[in-house]
Ligand binder design. Structure first.
Ligand code: C5P
Length: 241
């Protein structure tokens, strides 16, 4: 069954931790992104870990291999379990991230009780239109879905443990990558829910049926009048799927 990652898209740690305490064991992971981490940093990750929560650090690293490897080692020491890098950083960068995660695990350079860091590759940002992709790559025509598959294969070939994609790409990625890599998908909305700024969306049930391992859910829970009930409803639809 697909599992649930709640995106803590807050500017301050207090509403983030209040939500975590309200949801109890309802979520499998909590995702800390750029906004919250830039403000609250390592202490916030430690606050989640001390509550027994699993942490997904979504900072989308994209730098030279040595710098990314160092950042992965720091994340290992913090007890982060999922971490994103851009597949476009290239084969050597993804390999360096994976090797740093493995060597931190082997040398015991990790937070106590933490599992080894799993490296998830981001392919194309879902905010990019076809035009944006063509301008960025400097060639046209470009088929964004083929580009997502190409970058996912590059990252998984370099050892990445999984890929982040929109729910609409999960089925073709599962087909191309096989059963091994983790497929993690944002863009989840409850049936009849508001899309907000997401264009490529699916319900939890559709994403689960397409083969997603983890669903990243933000506003469908964090923006609900009763986040706990929204969470229960998501688990109910996932069980049915
Ligand atoms: O509120 P919503 O459910 O749209 O939140 C989705 C979360 O997933 C946000 O934290 C967003 O940054 C993240 N994300 C995304 N699309 C990607 C990668 C990450 O929406 N391609």
């Amino acid at each position: 069954m697909s599992r649930v990652i709640i995106a803590l898209d807050y500017a301050q740690p207090s509403p983030a931790l209040e939500l975590v305490d309200r949801l109890g064991d309802g979520a499998d992971f909590y995702k800390v992104g750029l906004e919250l981490f830039t403000h609250a940093g390592a202490p916030l990750v430690q606050a989640l870990r001390s509550r027994g929560k699993r942490v997904f650090l979504d900072l989308k690293f994209h730098d030279i291999p040595a710098t990314v490897a160092g950042a992965v080692r720091s994340a290992s020491r913090l007890g982060v379990e999922f971490l994103t890098v851009h597949a476009a950083g290239g084969r050597a960068m993804v390999e360096a991230a994976v090797e740093a995660a493995e060597s931190a695990a082997e040398s015991g350079e990790m937070a106590p009780d933490a599992a080894p860091v799993q490296i998830l590759a981001v392919t194309l940002l879902t905010s990019l239109s076809r035009d944006d992709v063509e301008r960025t790559l400097g060639r046209s025509p470009v088929d964004p879905e083929q580009e997502v598959i190409r970058l996912a294969e590059l990252a998984v070939g370099a050892g990445a443990h999984g890929v982040v994609s929109s729910p609409l790409e999960v089925e073709s990625l599962r087909h191309r990558l096989g059963p091994g890599p983790l497929l993690v998908t944002p863009g989840i909305r409850l049936a009849g829910g508001e899309a907000h700024d997401q264009a490529r969306i699916a319900t939890p049930e559709q994403a689960a049926r397409a083969g997603a391992d983890y669903l990243v859910i933000g506003r469908a829970v964090t923006g609900a009048s009763d986040p706990f009930r929204a969470m229960v409803e998501i688990h109910r639809t996932l069980e049915a799927a």
